[in-house]
Design a protein around this ligand. Structure first.
Ligand SMILES: [Zn+2]
Length: 120
């Protein structure tokens, strides 16, 4: 590989990094714009976050990954072991309410949160 093609390679990698960066920033901006938009009047930055109500709660089991540290006789960490563990889980369903600062339109969405570490 000659110097010229090495420089071309570096420049190409630079383009890819910049492209990825633009794509990332683009997605983030689109996400924030969409997340601030009113579905009725379509304006941006008008979404008011109201209250979230728990509407459902269900119990069950779920599998989580645990990482155990492995120590030698001097209590120094020499490795990790990943294992799966069945745990009690609670799924909380929330109804999240929003309203528009401009037209007053009200809407809601539903989100689910999983709890795996909790006290009875
Ligand atoms: Zn609106």
């Amino acid at each position: 590989m000659n110097l010229h093609s090495q420089i071309a390679d570096i420049a190409f990698e630079g383009y890819i990094v910049i492209l990825l960066l633009f794509a990332f920033v683009g997605f983030t901006v689109v996400f924030f714009l969409r997340n601030s938009q009113c579905p009725a009047c379509k304006l941006y930055f008008v979404k008011n976050f109201g209250e979230s109500n728990e509407v459902n709660r269900s119990r069950g089991f779920d599998t989580i990954m645990r990482t155990d540290e492995v120590h030698n006789s001097n209590e120094e960490k020499i490795g990790e072991i990943k294992r799966q563990e069945q745990v009690n889980a609670i799924w909380l369903t929330y109804e999240n309410h929003f309203n528009c600062k401009r037209c007053g339109y009200k809407w809601h969405d539903v989100s689910i949160k999983r709890l795996t570490e909790f006290r009875e």
